[in-house]
Design a protein around this ligand. Structure first.
Ligand code: ATP
Ligand code: MG
Length: 298
């Protein structure tokens, strides 16, 4: 199977980008025997903190050295200090102290990434876009899935992720105010596709492949109505060519689940923390659809 590089994006914060990356990543490994690389590109380092614990993470990424920051810093300084094998975190340490999910790998982020956005304009646009591809492209080939966890914005770091990706996945919380944000996001991707085109000859340009709804609550009608609105909006955006025909709302919606929230501070994906929870069940069902979609069995 060829590697699939997927950028998880939304300029809205707190919509479940990291939760989706961590839990789909873990479920792909646990239930589908896929090999997965999570690339944390967010200075908040939430995916890294979730999967590593703060003390281990702090020690590992000290001064940003063994983190994705080094990739960008190298590009700015014209250096070659990023070491993939040294930076890579393999598997998840469980309560017993043993490592589980050995085929789930992580390139952690560091807060130093915050500095990148201020300096990256020193580079040519083409160099900015290609930073991840040129540093990690060869390494990506050993994985079935590469999941890029992006910060809640569409600045340069996110642009490099979108440039490297075969597809974008948009985590989304169904409420009225998010809808117009999604339309803007879809339009922004179209603009980026045009900007990227000259640098991607013969390669597929990134587009929105799927939306994933998180924090879904079944009480009342508000969420059901908001998901209906989203589907109507997606249909309208497909009509006008802003969204590709293939873009789908991936089912099921991930319900709000206390076990998922708790699993962050236990530093485990929900499939290890609470395998019997509705969160683990929703992610298992969603990941099956995810595999069907991205491996062409839709
Ligand atoms: N299904 C869920 N049920 C309960 N809590 C959840 C669920 N999914 C995510 N959360 C919690 O919601 C919060 C926001 O989720 P998450 O960090 O994944 O969003 P994000 O889009 O990555 O945020 P940011 O934009 O800051 O990167 C987190 O504290 C997470 O633990
Ligand atoms: Mg996040």
């Amino acid at each position: 199977m060829s590697s699939k590089v997927l950028a998880f994006i939304n300029f809205k914060g707190g919509v479940g980008k990291t939760a989706t990356v961590v839990n789909i990543g873990a479920t792909l490994v646990a239930l589908h025997e896929r090999k997965v690389l999570i690339v944390d590109l967010d200075p908040q380092s939430n995916a890294s903190l979730w999967l590593m614990r703060p003390d281990r993470w702090r020690e590992h990424v000290a001064r940003g050295r063994r983190s994705t920051f080094q990739i960008f810093d190298d590009a700015l300084q014209g250096k070659n200090r990023f070491d993939f094998d040294e930076t890579l975190v393999r598997g998840v340490v469980t309560w017993t102290g043993f490592t589980d999910l050995p085929r789930l790998h992580l390139l952690p982020a560091a807060v130093e990434l915050l500095r990148i956005e201020d300096r990256i304009h020193e580079l040519r646009a083409s160099a900015i876009y290609q930073i991840l591809d040129s540093t990690l492209g060869t390494q990506f080939k050993q994985y079935d899935y590469i999941l890029l966890d992006c910060p809640p914005n569409l600045y340069s770091t996110t642009k490099t992720a979108i440039f490297s990706a075969d597809n974008c996945v948009v985590p989304y919380v169904p409420d009225y105010l998010s809808l117009s944000g999604f339309q803007v996001l879809a339009e922004q991707i179209i603009e980026m596709r045009e900007k990227f085109a000259p640098y991607l000859p013969g390669r597929r340009k990134p587009n929105i492949g799927a939306l994933i709804v998180s924090h879904y609550r079944q009480s009342g009608n508000v969420f059901r109505l908001a998901v209906n609105e989203l589907e109507l909006s997606m249909a309208a955006l497909r009509e006008t060519g802003v969204l590709p025909d293939s873009a789908i709302l991936l089912q099921p919606c991930i319900r709000h689940c206390v076990r998922v929230a708790e699993s962050t501070s236990e530093h485990l994906p929900v499939i290890l923390y609470a395998p019997g929870s509705i969160g683990a069940q929703d992610y298992a069902d969603l990941t099956q659809r995810f595999v069907d979609l991205f491996e062409g069995k839709k």
